[in-house]
Structures are given as structure tokens and as C-alpha cells.
Design a binder for this molecule. Structure first.
Ligand code: ZN
Length: 693
């Protein structure tokens, strides 16, 4: 589970490499990079606003006044600015590698060859669709169900992730996720997830409204165009067959909301069970094609979809499946095929589907390709250059203080059962908090990158990831394994490993600055760290115990008390109105709002403890406690377009940033810090302040 879902478009998978729609807007990033003050951004504060009236505007008002949303973005804030900075740095590292003369087989050489092969548009144009010939011929040669099953198995990739980076989409018939087992968290297990669609979700196929009907119609035109560009005759007939088949698959899929219920997902199927539970596919041949004949069992995330999709394999004419396989192959590689195909792909998936008017410059897409396929190779250099050991040590000390604060808070809870408290403490003891970068780096020696062969480099890259995944099946779990690269601006909770990752790229000002006073670091990154830690023992974390096993360790009494306390916070958030006709949904956002409150409270305790009784230094007239709260408020400084904000209120489990900043009103220490007066808008009587952890 990620800290910020606004970034989900950045955590992409292989097939979506060419779809990234972010672009570099370096002005704000440079502002951050050049920042010479190590502390709160005083220039962003609007002193005409009373903190007790609107704390968010007080902390960010001047920044909001002088900032404009770039025309190709839905919003802008600290996260997007840090992403720009990380991309700029990554691009420079790649350019360096590309210039040097690194020895064959080295990571630097692979980075250079991969990037250069992506950038060589003349060579791509000259090769035309030649790279597609062999794989298309293999599809054309399929003559029976057994061969179809084999081909479907061969297309399986490790391209989904149900719980960490949360990605439920694969265009292949199914997707593999290799992760600690639900029922055996000590060993890597094979999870299989539904797939088979090019459009983002089943809703795009089944929703009955004008916009979706329009998208479907344009999609079919697009499929025909792609087939035609790849040299197929009867492209319109084929396109209809492909879209009809995808529609039938979509009807077998379960919804995104249902996907998130892990208790429904824990279905172990032995390999022999597939034939009886999901007849229609020659499963022995499927698993042979996938290289998984020896894998005794799988956790099938959506059993009904497997039954339905397998039945379609038998019930749908072979010709339709062959067109579907061919089109999916072409679409998956369009970004590295001649311009006509790449542009047709962007015209639909970029313009029509996301409203993005312009494709990013090719070099930025090249950076994204390298990050996707050689992320750790780049990350290793990135961490070395931008995350010094002192920064790591300081961040670790911060984590230790916040963890200690949580320990005390749990011990002091009056509503939690002693046995539950003991398990919560045990989870804190075994929690692995990864800071900056992983302890071990991915070994790319088995990934062959060839100069001038971008198609092959992508093909082998996705196979390399897949083989790395299946080689781990049954092996002992490495709890310290990371699921994000150091150059990613985000944070993640890995429930099956009882672990957190805080990549180097988020441990940057304004979130974290080793030269800034403790008050500022605890208020900014400390509250983020506290937020993630709290998820390990809240209602989300209560499904996984200290070993990462699926076991609900809360008693019904604990849950009842927790929910009663949460009720008050639900009501508090229900009162917030981003627009006169819309209010925040307190219930939908409750888990994240509790985590914000828990994180802020523990960060404050950690900050006070870090002072060791000494007074905190003042900055521009703001004392330590004031800096702590302002730093927290400045985490949320952002501007979002109205349409995007309305959509967020409807669909996101995180409340809009401006209301997350208002979490401060539940802490007594905030009232004392400024001080806040009764009668001011955010003022809550002491009994109305919500205390959960
Ligand atoms: Zn969260």
C-alpha cells in the first residue's frame, strides 16, 4: 500500500512504459534544489491568515498565490516537484553512462546500450516491423487448443502486484505475482491474477454511459489501425473479434473494490485442480508454456474470473484468440516500433484515454524505460550520489525515535486488549524499515542488453523479470527485499513482509533535510514515517501478524472500541467541503485519516524525545513546536484542477491535501504552540479532539 495514490501513474509496469504522461517541469524542482534555508519554507507562509482559522492556507498561502498548474498536469505539489527532481538526476546519470566507455556486461554499459537503443529512432524506422515477424509467425502457426494454451502460457509475465505497489492490470490472459505466501509467509508463493484486457479496467467494457461507449468505439478503430499498420489484411473484421473477445473477458472479471478484499483472494489451487475448477484451457500445456510445470500450487486471486476466462478459451473460435494474441503483441511493443505505430498508440491511449494532448519528449520516455528495466542499476548510482551515509543514519535515528514513541502509545492505550497489545509490540519489534536504498542490489548479469536492439532489449527485459520471479518460488523470503527503487518519490508498506520502504528520492527537502532542525524533519518526513508505521497495526495491518501471516490478531472488542473512536473522526471529515456542493467522505477516507493522526502524534513525541530536554532553535520567530506543525502543513501544499479534485473526493481513500493538513486540530500541543483561541474555525474543545493511538 502506497503513501500517495496520486503517483500511481508513475509506478508502471513493462507494457505501459510508453504511456507515462508526466513531464518535466523543472522550475519548482529547481526551487527545491536551490533552497538554501534548512528549515520550514518561510516564504510560503501567509501571515495574514490565522493558523486557527485555516492552517493549510497559513502554511502554504504565499506558495499557492505564486504557483500555477502547468498546462499538461492535473495538479502540482511537493510530490510532483520531487519527481521532477529525481527524473532530472536520473537522466543525468544515464547520460553519463551513455557517454562513458564502460566494459561489456557491466551495469553502466547496459544502461547506456538500453537508453541509446531506445533513442535511435532512425534505426527503429529502418527496421520497420521486422522484429514482429518471428513472434507473429509463431501465433499464425497455432492450429489447435493445445498450441493455443501453450502460447497463452508463454505470454505469462510477472507484471502484477496485489498488495505492495498495487497493480491489478495485465493485458496478458493472466498475471503472476511472486510474494510471501498468505499461508506460508516464510516462502515465496505464486499468485495468479485475472487479466486479458488492454483498456484499464472492466468498467471500460461494461459501463453503460456515453463516455465509455465513445471510448469503446474509438478503441475498436484503434485496434484495426494497429493491425493494419502491422501488415494484417481484414483489419476491421479482426479488430471486432478482438474487442468482442475482450468484452467477454471483462464480463468475467471482478471489480477493483472486490480485488482489495484479501480474504476472498486466499484460494489455493493445486496444479491438478485447474482442469476441474476452470475447464476450457489445456492447463498442463499452459503451465508448460509458462515454465511452471513443476509448481505444485498457486493462490488464485479471483477464482470466478479464472473459471470464466478458461471457458472462453474453449468457447471462442481459435481465429479470435490468434487475432487477440497478435494485437496484444503489437500493442505491447508499439513504443519501440516505427513512428506510425507509436503515434497511433499514443493517439488512443494518451489523448483519448487520459486527455493528454502531447507525448513527452523521447528522452524522458527513454529514462522511464531504463528505470523500468534496470531500476536498481540506476538506483545504486543514484543512492551513492544523492543519499550520503549521514543522511541514512539520521533518518534511521528518526525512525527509531518514532518507533519508540509508538511503543509507549500502545502501552498506554486503555481500549486495547493486553494480548492484542503484545502482538502489536511484536509487530513493531520485527518491523523492517528500509531507508534510502536496499541492502542488496538486483543482479542484472542474466539480462542481456544489446546495442541497437531495443525490441530485443524490451523482450528480454520482461522475460528476465519473469524468470527472476519464478526462480524464487519456494525459496526463503527475504524480508528486507524492496519493492520500490531508490529514485521513486513515494513510500510503501509491505504487509506480507512486515516491512516499510522509504526510497532516497522522498528523503529530500522539504520532506527531509539532514541540515534542518529536528522540528522540521519530524513534522515533515517524521509524520509520513509515523503514518506508514501505524498502518502495520490498524484495521489494515490487523489482518497480518508479526510474521506477515494472514491472521486477524485483533479481538472483536478491540475492533469495537477502535470503530467507536474512529466514528468521531469520520464525522469531523464529513464536515469538510472542497466545493459548496461536495463534502469529503469521512468513511471512505477514515483509514488514511487515522494514519495521518497517528503519524503526526507519534512524530511529535519522537521530536520532543529527540531534543533530550534542550530547547529547539527558533527560525524567523517561529519556535520549535511551531516549526514542527508548519512543516507538517507544508507537506500538503498543492494545487489541483477542479475536475481532478472532484474525482479524488469520489474515488480516493485519501482526503484532499488541504484537509489532511487540518489533522493538527486534534493535538493539544498544536493549541499550545501558536496559540489557538476558542472561536477560531479549526478550534475543537478538548473533549472533541480525536485520540485513537
Ligand atoms: Zn496510508
Amino acid at each position: 500500500m502506497k503513501l500517495a495514490h496520486m503517483l500511481s501513474s508513475l509506478t508502471f509496469k513493462f507494457a505501459a512504459v510508453c504511456l507515462l504522461t508526466f513531464s518535466l517541469h523543472t522550475a519548482f524542482a529547481q526551487e527545491i534544489e536551490k533552497q538554501e534555508i534548512h528549515g520550514i519554507a518561510v516564504a510560503n507562509i501567509d501571515r495574514t491568515i490565522k493558523p486557527g482559522e485555516d492552517f493549510y492556507l497559513f502554511a502554504n498561502g504565499e506558495w499557492i498565490k505564486r504557483t500555477e498548474i502547468p498546462p499538461d498536469r492535473a495538479g502540482i505539489g511537493v510530490f510532483t516537484a520531487l519527481s521532477d527532481l529525481s527524473n532530472k538526476r536520473t537522466a543525468a546519470l544515464i547520460a553519463e553512462a551513455a557517454k562513458g566507455d564502460a566494459p561489456a556486461g557491466s551495469n553502466a554499459r547496459k544502461i547506456a546500450d538500453l537508453y541509446n537503443s531506445y533513442m535511435d529512432e532512425a534505426a527503429i524506422e529502418a527496421r520497420g516491423i521486422e522484429p514482429l515477424r518471428a513472434p507473429l509467425a509463431a501465433i499464425a502457426a497455432i492450429t489447435d487448443q493445445r498450441q493455443l494454451a501453450h502460447a497463452l502460457g508463454e505470454s505469462l509475465r510477472a507484471d502484477v502486484d496485489a498488495l505492495n505497489n498495487t497493480n491489478f492490470h495485465t493485458p496478458n490472459l493472466f498475471g503472476l505475482w511472486v510474494a510471501p505466501g498468505f499461508n506460508d509467509s516464510e516462502h515465496y508463493t505464486a499468485y495468479l491474477l485475472q487479466g486479458g484486457l488492454q483498456l484499464p479496467d472492466r468498467e471500460y467494457y461494461v459501463a453503460d454511459n456515453e463516455r465509455m461507449r465513445q471510448i469503446r468505439s474509438e478503441y475498436q478503430t484503434h485496434v484495426a489501425a494497429m493491425l493494419k499498420l502491422a501488415g494484417f489484411t481484414d483489419s476491421e473484421v479482426r479488430a471486432k473479434r478482438v474487442v468482442d473477445l475482450e468484452h467477454a473477458i471483462a464480463e468475467k472479471h471482478i471489480s477493483l473494490a472486490e480485488n482489495e478484499d484479501i480474504h476472498k483472494a486466499n484460494n489455493t489451487w493445486k496444479q491438478a485442480d485447474f482442469a476441474s475448477k476452470a475447464p476450457g484451457i489445456d492447463w498442463a500445456e499452459y503451465f508448460r508454456g509458462a515454465g511452471l510445470s513443476e509448481q505444485p500450487s498457486f493462490i488464485v486471486w479471483q477464482p470466478s474470473a479464472f473459471t470464466g476466462e478458461a471457458a472462453l478459451a474453449a468457447a471462442t473460435p481459435l481465429e479470435a484468440w490468434k487475432d487477440w494474441l497478435a494485437y496484444h503483441l503489437i500493442e505491447g511493443y508499439a513504443g519501440v516500433l516505427p513512428r506510425a505505430l507509436a503515434e497511433e498508440r499514443f493517439a488512443f491511449f494518451g489523448k483519448t484515454l487520459t486527455g493528454t494532448p502531447q507525448q513527452r519528449p523521447r528522452w524522458q520516455r527513454g529514462v522511464a524505460v531504463v528505470n523500468a528495466l534496470l531500476g536498481d542499476a540506476v538506483g545504486q548510482i543514484y543512492a551513492q550520489r544523492y543519499f550520503p551515509p549521514e543522511a541514512k543514519a539520521e533518518a534511521q535515528a528518526l525512525v527509531a525515535n518514532i518507533t519508540a514513541a509508538f511503543r509507549k502509545r500502545i502501552e498506554a492505550l486503555d481500549w486495547m486488549n493486553p494480548a492484542t497489545k503484545a502482538e502489536a509490540q511484536a509487530k513493531l519489534t520485527t518491523l523492517y524499515v528500509g531507508i534510502g536504498y536496499p541492502e542488496t542490489w538486483q543482479d542484472y548479469s542474466a539480462y542481456e542488453v544489446k546495442a541497437g536492439d531495443i525490441f530485443g532489449n524490451l523482450w528480454r527485459g520482461s522475460l528476465f523479470e519473469y524468470h527472476r520471479g519464478i526462480a524464487r518460488l519456494g525459496k526463503q523470503v527475504d524480508r528486507k527485499e524492496w519493492s520500490m527503487t531508490p529514485q521513486t518519490v513515494n513510500a510503501v508498506n509491505l504487509p506480507l513482509q512486515n516491512a516499510l520502504n522509504f526510497p532516497a528520492a522522498i528523503l529530500e527537502p522539504p520532506f527531509f533535510d539532514p541540515q534542518a532542525p529536528a522540528a522540521v524533519n519530524y513534522g515533515a518526513i517524521g509524520s509520513v514515517i509515523g503514518h506508514e508505521i501505524s498502518h502495520t497495526f490498524d484495521t489494515e495491518g490487523s489482518a497480518f501478524d508479526s510474521k506477515g501471516r494472514v491472521r486477524n490478531w485483533w479481538t472483536p472488542g478491540d475492533l469495537a472500541h477502535f470503530e467507536a473512536a474512529a466514528e468521531k473522526l469520520v464525522a469531523q471529515f464529513d464536515t469538510y467541503k472542497p466545493f459548496p456542493d461536495v463534502n469529503v467522505n469521512g468513511k471512505q477516507t477514515i483509514a488514511e485519516n487515522i494514519a495521518d493522526l497517528a503519524g503526526l502524534s507519534a512524530a511529535y513525541d519522537g521530536y520532543r524525545a529527540s531534543l533530550g530536554g534542550k530547547a529547539a532553535p527558533a527560525q524567523d520567530g517561529f519556535n520549535g513546536d511551531q516549526q514542527f506543525f508548519i512543516a507538517f502543513g507544508q507537506n500538503w501544499g498543492s494545487k489541483t484542477r477542479e475536475a481532478a479534485l472532484r474525482r479524488q473526493v469520489l474515488t480516493d481513500e485519501h482526503a484532499p491535501a488541504q484537509f489532511r493538513a487540518a489533522t493538527v486540530r486534534n493535538l493539544d500541543s498544536w493549541y499550545a504552540a501558536f496559540p489557538i483561541q476558542a472561536g477560531e474555525k479549526l478550534y475543537l474543545a478538548p473533549t472533541d479532539r480525536v485520540r485513537i493511538w
